[in-house]
Ligand binder design. Sequence first.
Ligand code: ATP
Ligand code: MG
Length: 556
Amino acid sequence: MEGRVLILAPHGRDAQVIESVLRRDGMECLVCGDGAALMSELQAGAATVVLTEEVLAGGLDESLRDYLEHQPAWSDFPFVVLAMRQAVRRSERAMVSLQELGNLVILERPVNPQTLMSAARSAFRARARQYASRRHLTDIESAKQTVEQLNADLESRIAERTSDLAGANDRLMREIGDRERIQSKVVQSQKLEAIGRLTGGIAHDFNNLLHAVSMNLQFIMRLAEDKRLSDYARRAKESVDRGARLTAQLLSFSRAQSLLPRLHEVNTMVGNLRELIEVSVGSKVQVHVDLCADEAWALLDGAQLEMALLNMAVNSRDAMPDGGHLTIRTRLLEGADGKRRVQISVQDTGCGIPEAIQSKVFDPFFTTKADGEGTGLGLSQVYGFASQSGGSAEIHSREGEGTTVTLQFARATPAAESAPAAPSQNNGATTSSKRTEVLVVEDDEAVRRGITEGLRLLNYSVREASDGESGLRELRRRMPDLLMADYLMPGMNGAEFIAAARQIYPEIPVLMATGYADMAEVERLVGVQSVLKKPFDLETLNAAVGSELARCRVQA
Ligand SMILES: Nc1ncnc2c1ncn2[C@@H]1O[C@H](COP(=O)(O)OP(=O)(O)OP(=O)(O)O)[C@@H](O)[C@H]1O
Ligand SMILES: [Mg+2]
């Protein structure tokens, strides 16, 4: 199509003549009958148009003008015009029409066939060049589009990759954060473990000292004839008791407290304690209790839980000098591992704890309170008690907003343990003191002397041994009415000694005196009702010996 020569020469035989000349030169020609036919062929594509000037006499056809005006950038359509035959002057209009055709060659008539051919050929070549430019332009355009497409692809790939990288980076940061949190928890618990071992050892020795001091003071109180002397002793004993409470907290932190775990319904305990807590925190603090609907049973030492709750409540009170809200909440949880837990939390709207010291508040003796106002042992007791009971203690705090301490314990089922027999208020010494013999096995000489003298004062007859081995030798000589052993002794510990003694006398009544013990082991061997917590006073000793003897008589 694009190689065609279109001919528009409607008068006479002009068209045939032109066509025959051009065909001779091998050109593809098409004669158009009128302007409309020319236009439609032109739209289909052509190399040039040969026309006679008469066609332009009435001005340029509107559609042709429009076609020429809207040619693409590469196109400048070539025309060959055969001029009027008579040499009259061209009208103004004809001049304008010729100008509007733009790219044209005018051949005067009569036209030499050679001239016509060469004019048509050069128009043909000019048009061929235009078509070549068009090809170049489209090639350039498509190359540009390819580049743009590649660019767009590249950008989207870069964006995709960037977002992948950002995602990976986020994951990495999260993992680093998780690891840091876990690591700091591990460091924290290792630190508490180490301090615990240290304080546990010291507290144990201290407890024995206090015990010996306390016993001797009680002897003085009993035997002194001078009233002033017994008053001094009583005052000294009061200080010893305060010291004993401190060592108890320390032992509790170091998880070496002799816990007496029992099944407790935590909601009931919290409910019973509410009044005491309200009194302790004062009227400016509003106490809210939010208990879970179901019963929350846990195996723990009730007295220790009460002490922990009070310690937390008092901390909250101190953090809210102008008043605020204190909420004690219990919840039942089931972890992803299927473990059922009882959670107790104490929340306040107090001053909160600065982040920098949050990792220290469980440390023994860490306090921010003024001298004499805090010993820094409250939260240590909370932490030690929870850990020793197989649970956990955590603190969450925001400065200026408040603090929540959360304890968790394994949830128990209430049928697991039968209620222990209530210890009878028996007083064995007064009825059968002459015949009742106690074998005391205790490695600490001062403590042993305190206990033996105490028992003698209570009218028991006493034999003594300083360790498990010699205890067993004494035992083989003759069976005493009651065995009293310390737990922590070099060589054989108290539990092992009792186990060996029961090989000899299976039914022998046993009391274990201890301030420091693996209570699970003790309970397995002797039962918790047979444990006497050090330091104890004479009345407690008397009652414990009496009730153990009575318990064994009932069982016999
Ligand atoms: N609820 C709380 N709000 C703000 N700070 C608290 C809270 N509980 C504990 N703390 C901070 O932790 C420290 C340690 O508490 P902890 O109970 O162990 O000792 P204490 O209260 O200072 O003394 P103690 O309890 O032996 O009388 C406190 O001194 C206080 O700074
Ligand atoms: Mg406190």
